[in-house]
Design a protein around this ligand. Structure first.
Ligand SMILES: Cc1ncc(COP(=O)(O)O)c(C=O)c1O
Length: 323
């Protein structure tokens, strides 16, 4: 199912893509009062599975909590309608976009009188940063900062934050770069317009901390876990801009970009200008999980099609027999 076709789950029912409409006077259209998620379902060798679905759902509910939006669904309810929407579209692998937003009632700034509505969109979405991204992308440091603390909450994945992300992205693309890296209000590295950043220097893996106005990414958390299990030291540390230019390796992580090496920053080549060994090891570990080549030791996969259960059982039995 490509973007623009199939079914969308909206406020309790599945509707055709073309019919999933909201009123122009909806609060979200004027004031950006929406919170959303971006997750992925992968076609593993053992069937279709969503990656860390419950963590995405929890972040969605928590984003709503920050904005005083009571979620119309609980964690199990969101998981159920997401799986139902994937099945209704007969998708084996897809990007998943659940969203909660303030609907139509009144158009003052105060969101509270407006109902909280909900939808789930799914579509096939491969290479976010282009087909060649796995060989590394060229990026710039943005002239736009991430939001200052106590302005727009960075920990909420809110529609409003993506006005800032859009400025970072447009500037980068119009200047011929794949992405922009934003600094925080203190001039320290924050994150890309829609992804977290890691660098490697002298064998140590660094990523920027929650206090640097980042969205605490679920892929970031997975990468920290995987890197530590591979034996690397990982530090969540304030990162001065110039460290980007001195990195041996740098890579973006996020649901859309997965693990994407950074080839150059502000036209300064990162390390050897190609995917480095640490990036490669983490990339391999991540793809082994989402392809179903490695056991799901962290319980990160949620299976979507019940009729694939025998497949998994067989795979587990084969694994047990070979041990
Ligand atoms: C601003 C921003 N930072 C980081 C991320 C990465 O988060 P995750 O790994 O949960 O997709 C995203 C993607 O949602 C994002 O939009």
């Amino acid at each position: 199912m490509s973007f623009g076709t199939g079914k969308i789950w909206m406020n309790g029912s599945l509707v055709d893509w073309a019919d999933a409409r909201i009123h122009i006077a909806s609060h979200v259209v004027h004031y950006g009062t929406g919170v959303f998620e971006g997750a992925r379902c992968y076609q593993t060798k053992r069937g279709s599975a969503c990656f860390r679905l419950d963590d995405h759902v929890l972040r969605l509910i928590n984003s709503g909590r920050i904005y005083r939006m009571e979620s119309p669904l609980d964690r199990q309810g969101w998981a159920r309608v997401i799986e139902e929407t994937i099945r209704a579209n007969d998708l084996k692998a897809c990007y998943i976009r659940p969203i909660m937003y303030r609907g139509y009632s009144a158009l003052g700034v105060n969101p509270l009188p407006c109902p909280v509505e909900a939808a789930v969109l799914v579509w096939e979405w491969a290479g976010y940063l282009g087909p060649d991204a796995e060989n590394g992308v060229d990026v710039r440091v943005s002239s736009w900062n991430r939001m200052a603390p106590n302005t727009l909450p960075a920990m909420a994945k809110s529609s409003a934050n993506y006005a800032n992300a859009g400025l970072i992205k447009m500037e980068a693309v119009l200047d011929g770069y794949a992405e922009g890296i934003a600094l925080d209000v203190n001039g320290f590295v924050s994150e890309g317009s829609g992804q977290n950043i890691f660098i490697v220097r002298n064998g140590i893996v660094y990523t920027t901390p929650a206090a640097a106005s980042i969205l605490p990414g679920i892929t970031r958390d997975s990468v920290i876990t995987m890197a530590r299990s591979l034996g690397y030291e990982v530090r969540e540390e304030v990162m001065p801009r110039e460290l980007l230019y001195l990195a041996d390796e740098a890579f973006f992580v996020g649901t859309a970009v997965e693990i994407t090496p950074i080839r150059s920053i502000d036209k300064i080549v990162v390390g050897a200008g190609k995917r480095g060994p640490v990036t490669a090891a983490i990339h391999r570990t991540f793809f082994d999980v989402i392809n179903g080549d490695a056991p799901d030791t962290h319980g990160w996969l949620t299976w979507v099609y019940p009729d694939e259960e025998p497949l998994r059982t067989r795979a587990a039995a084969a694994g047990a027999a070979s041990r």
